[in-house]
Design a protein around this ligand. Structure first.
Ligand SMILES: [Zn+2]
Length: 137
């Protein structure tokens, strides 16, 4: 297994309340010329979690920060007008907390962060550092 020291959270940048399948995200990313979906796990509106790219494989989610990290995404992150918004459902928040805890236990992560800490982007539309998921390590 490759060493993984950090989990970076993302949003799909899709409108509040709209579900997005792993198959759809995979298709978007393949259209960009990538080999597979760029994220390792996808958290749906109802809190169910689906696997994306295998965690043993380096992801494609944060430019310059894919080596040594894993990238998880929640479905949502925009309002109806496509402005950034923290649209996480209670079920998503719960699932994200559980997934973050699992990853910390499994890989001994040293850091949990958000895409917006590495790029001038809103993604994941909230500040991980001020969220419970950012305060577990
Ligand atoms: Zn992102």
């Amino acid at each position: 297994m490759r060493p993984i020291k950090e989990l970076i959270w993302h949003c799909t940048a899709t409108p509040e309340g709209r579900e997005v399948s792993v198959a759809t995200i995979r298709q978007w990313h393949k259209e960009r010329g990538w080999s597979d979906i760029g994220y390792h796990k996808v958290v749906h509106l109802d809190g169910t979690v689906e696997d994306g790219r295998p965690e043993a494989t380096v992801g494609a989610h944060t430019s310059g920060h894919n080596t040594g990290t894993i990238g998880y995404v929640y479905v949502g992150g925009c309002d109806a007008k496509m402005n950034p918004k923290d649209t996480r459902t209670d079920a998503q928040k719960k699932a994200m907390l559980a997934l973050t805890r699992q990853a910390i236990a499994k890989y001994g992560l040293k850091k949990v962060s958000g895409h917006n800490q590495y790029a001038a982007k809103a993604c994941p539309s909230f500040d991980v550092r001020k969220d419970p998921i950012g305060n577990l390590v």
